[in-house]
Design a protein around this ligand. Sequence first.
Ligand SMILES: Nc1ncnc2c1ncn2[C@@H]1O[C@H](COP(=O)(O)OP(=O)(O)OP(=O)(O)O)[C@@H](O)[C@H]1O
Length: 319
Amino acid sequence: MSRGVAVKISNFVKKFGDTVAVDGLNLDIYEGEIFGLLGPNGSGKTTTLLTIATVYKPTSGDIYVHGYSVSRQGDIVRKYVGIAFQEPKALWVDTPYELLLWHARVVGYSSSEARAVVKEVMEQLNLWEHRKKQFYQLSGGTRKKLEIAKVLIQRPKVAIFDEPTAQVDVLTKHALWDIIRGLRDEGTTVIVATNDMFEAERICERLGIIYKGKLRALGTVSELKDMVPAGDVIEISFEGPEENVRKLLSELEGVSNYTVTDHSLRIHLNRGEERAAEIVELLASSGVKVRKLMVHEPTLDDVFFYFTGARLREEHGAT
Ligand SMILES: Nc1ncnc2c1ncn2[C@@H]1O[C@H](COP(=O)(O)OP(=O)(O)OP(=O)(O)O)[C@@H](O)[C@H]1O
């Protein structure tokens, strides 16, 4: 079944003076998926998201949200898009309740509806107890939740989250991921920017790997992992003659590299989990008994390294 395109990014370039933040991005994001933009600091994620949300205009190229151009039809695009910013902003004296009430009115609720939806969302995010505090008294994680609350109040067709769980504790991370999945289950298209490979792996159905303003790879997590040649590693401890193991592996198809030392075997190949049983059987038939076996698939950091030559974990000129 073909899915509709919710956001079409077409030859999108964004420059800030001499800095090319995004350099010719082409990408379709489908209706009702959770799409992740994965890249380190400074790779162009926020610039892309802010342009989808009409905060910036493209330098060239365009982005279409449900067919409407961000360059020429910003007023319509804004009806479709809601964004949880990376850096929550408010006046220091604002209280979370006032902030969200104001937001609810801006996105079209009557004042009584606004009070009801704000209370409901604040309770859902465990923010109700903080409702009377002032913004400067809130922790980083609570401020992030306020940004997410804005999106939950708005219920846009396209929901954008810029590093939604940075600065958030592990329990809250899981709760926020559930909330993001819940939005998707209701039919919302979700776009998440992250440099956290665990987050990308846990919630994103498809990922675009972005680095230095360019899209380097696109696919589901398992498709991306499969693109890394011989990315899996099988480690085996065994009993039996090492020369039999060497002979067998030298004849085995699809093995790019292996080492045998001290009755331990390490094999680099693709689809390690699928091939492990076959290898154990072959070893048994040549008189080698497997005592322990482990299969590691590549991490998203390995995938990122394969496509960019850089590691996700390193800083790359933070903004
Ligand atoms: N308003 C701006 N003015 C000038 N340069 C900018 C501006 N916004 C972003 N840049 C530059 O554009 C590039 C991409 O930045 P962007 O914030 O989009 O990356 P990012 O992947 O979201 O990283 P981060 O996670 O640090 O926000 C960086 O080199 C950054 O310094």
